[in-house]
Ligand binder design. Structure first.
Ligand SMILES: [Zn+2]
Ligand SMILES: [Zn+2]
Length: 250
């Protein structure tokens, strides 16, 4: 079985810290090409790193904050007007996603929410605990703790014979242990060096919980300016810092 390649198209936070693009990961197997999250800058990042938007079959969203789904209006309008896409596109994400995507389209490009897309667009709402099969991709969503106007999800994805776990944005949650279990790669947000236990993960918590995160590799993402400043001083142990453009073959 061929490998799965993960390319970091964006591992930044919402605030442009470290001049990083907002969250977006490209997953590619011999048969499939998909995005995991689609922050506002994702179409630019795709152009920067040579990823063809037309080849993307599915976009999986962890939660509905702009640095994770704000790239969709640009992606969709590019597909419609520029690429003149015909192949279908599936977007899987939290309940309530359809109205939030339409609202984002409408506020950014008035009239676009009522466009008849040139391509079949399928919106799939994910329910925590229920496996969703999407072509060759299997998605297991978990409820996590991150207020974003809709349920926030941690995700465990199975593509080919590889498993990728992803925290999304969240305060520490016991669900993360299950998401990481024997994953080939676990992507963990690590917003700050020390947190207050609310909304986001922090380095201190991840370091302390490391023995419970039984993934083969753990990638740190979504770092704030203060976390990036501390990074060179830290003994990272089993954690690897993400950077835009990084490619990992699983
Ligand atoms: Zn968020
Ligand atoms: Zn975020």
């Amino acid at each position: 079985m061929a490998s799965v390649e993960l390319r970091v198209l964006g591992c930044g936070d919402a605030f442009g810290s470290g001049a990083r693009f907002q969250t977006c990961f490209h997953l590619k197997s011999d048969r499939h090409s998909l995005l995991l999250d689609c922050g506002a800058s994702s179409l630019i990042a795709m152009q920067r790193f040579g990823v063809d938007p037309g080849a993307i079959e599915a976009i999986v969203l962890s939660h509905l904050h702009g640095d994770h789904f704000g790239g969709l209006p640009f992606f969709l309008l590019h597909a419609h007007y520029v690429a003149k896409r015909r192949r279908g596109l599936a977007i899987a994400g939290p309940a309530g996603m359809a109205s939030r995507i339409n609202a984002a389209l409408e506020v950014l490009f008035p009239g676009s929410a009522s466009l008849t897309w040139r391509f079949p667009l399928q919106l799939i709402e994910l329910t925590p605990g229920q496996i969703c099969a999407l072509g060759g991709l299997r998605i297991m969503p978990f409820a996590v703790d991150h207020p974003s106007g809709a349920p926030a999800l941690g995700l465990r994805l199975r593509l080919g014979r590889r498993t990728i776990g992803y925290t999304g944005d969240t305060a520490w949650s016991e669900a993360l242990i299950e998401i990481a279990r024997q994953a080939d790669l676990f992507i963990a947000e690590c917003y700050s060096p020390r947190g207050n236990g609310k909304h986001h993960l922090d380095w201190q918590t991840l370091r302390q919980r490391a023995p419970e995160l039984a993934a083969r590799r753990i990638l740190l993402s979504h770092m704030s300016a203060s976390m990036l400043a501390e990074l060179p001083k830290l003994d990272l142990g089993p954690f690897e810092p993400a950077q835009d453009g990084l490619t990992i073959t699983l």
